[in-house]
Write a protein that binds this ligand. Structure first.
Ligand SMILES: O=C(O)c1ccc[n+]([C@@H]2O[C@H](COP(=O)([O-])O)[C@@H](O)[C@H]2O)c1
Ligand SMILES: Cc1cc2nc[nH]c2cc1C
Length: 346
């Protein structure tokens, strides 16, 4: 399987950065006064290679998967919550349903590897790679083939999207343990700084989670290449997100990155194709302990800091209106000339 190749953002026409800067600076506002929205407008312009970008049919993809490592007691909730929450997504009752509906975004729910037989289930995208991963405290979470299958499904899912904006979300009891292990392996940051409470572990629980990861890292000391690390410690939903992200950037879509687990999938993608980072909008800094440092390791600046630690793509959904505002001001605001407003005097 060949993985997507992502063009560096600066491969855009040479005069585009200056044209975008001019378009933004000519709007009726003091220079730079729309702050981060100006950065966003420039970024979307560079991604779409135009001074008149447009966001079309944004979709949020929620990838669900289970994790064998939950047998080590690393989550505050039972594994069944994963499939139960998938049912909740399909019934429209979860936070992500509310936030996606509020903003009119399409929501797609993907079974990447939930340890539950849903049967034929309208509305559920069946991409099940396994009935949950294996327990990485004892063996690799996925076989290399399962990992490749997950990457491939992710790419195919993005190929089927009609729009040019994709928000990422996930659901999987135990997946902060997988994400913390990925973070440690791919950044070298000590495990203690990568682990957090997830769904709500106590201080004792967090210590145990740290020990489980440290022992597993020692067991799988040979895993080093990004895809090997992903197969060893990741999850079906994480690998599927990595594949989807790579394809989305290859297609020059805007990627909305959610919290700790989504960012860990991006970390894998960025180790494979660093240029992917130019296509990413970092929606928020999660309340999960390691997220700030994971974002720093990617040199990423999140838009929101609301203390969210839910996942599901909730941060992605909440950041979309800001992205829309950035594109709208670029397209719709008057210029000093058109509105006959005097420009800066000194
Ligand atoms: O997005 C985040 O930053 C985030 C932080 C903590 C927990 N979560 C969600 O909680 C679940 C994983 O937590 P845990 O404790 O079971 O590893 C999973 O379904 C995630 O969507 C998500
Ligand atoms: C109830 C619940 C909802 C979630 N949504 C994402 N992760 C979750 C974890 C739990 C426990």
């Amino acid at each position: 399987m060949t993985l997507p190749t992502i063009p560096p953002l600066l491969d855009a026409p040479a005069d585009l950065p200056a044209a975008l800067a001019r378009a933004i600076d000519n709007k009726t506002k003091p220079l730079g006064s729309l702050g981060r929205l100006e950065t966003l407008a420039r970024q979307v312009g560079m991604i779409q290679q135009t001074t008149k970008p447009a966001l079309r049919e944004p979709a949020i993809l929620v990838f669900a998967g289970d994790h064998g490592v939950v047998a080590e007691g690393v989550s505050a909730y039972p594994q069944d919550v994963t499939w139960q929450m998938v049912e909740n997504f399909l019934a429209g009752g979860a936070a992500i349903n509310v936030f996606a509906a509020q903003n009119g975004y399409a929501l797609r729910v993907v079974d990447a590897g939930v340890a539950h037989d849903f049967g034929p289930r309208p509305g559920l995208e069946d991409r099940k790679v396994a009935m949950g991963t294996r327990n990485f405290a004892h063996e690799a979470a996925m076989t290399p083939d399962q990992c490749l299958q997950a990457l491939r499904h992710g790419m195919d899912l993005v190929d089927a999207l009609p729009g040019n904006v994709v928000g990422f979300g996930e659901m999987g009891i135990g997946n902060t343990t997988a994400a913390a292990a990925l973070m440690h392996k791919l950044t070298g940051i000590p495990v203690a700084q990568c682990v957090g409470a997830g769904t709500g572990l106590t201080a004792d629980g967090i210590r145990r989670k740290q020990q489980v990861i440290e022992a597993a890292v020692a067991l799988h000391a040979g895993a080093a290449a990004p895809l090997e690390v992903l197969a060893t410690f990741g999850g079906c939903e994480i690998a599927m997100m990595t594949g989807a992200m790579l394809r989305a950037a290859e297609r020059r879509m805007v990627l909305l990155i959610d919290g700790f687990i989504v960012t860990s999938a991006l970390l894998v993608a960025a180790r494979l194709q660093p240029a992917i980072l130019g296509y990413c909008v970092f929606a928020h800094c999660s309340g999960e302990h390691g997220h700030r440092q994971m974002l720093d390791a990617l040199d990423a600046r999140p838009l929101l800091d609301l203390g969210l630690r839910l996942g599901e793509g909730t941060g992605s959904a909440l950041a979309l209106p800001l992205l829309q505002a950035a594109v709208n001001f670029l397209n719709r605001m008057a210029t000093f000339e058109s509105a006959q407003v005097s420009e800066q005097s000194a």
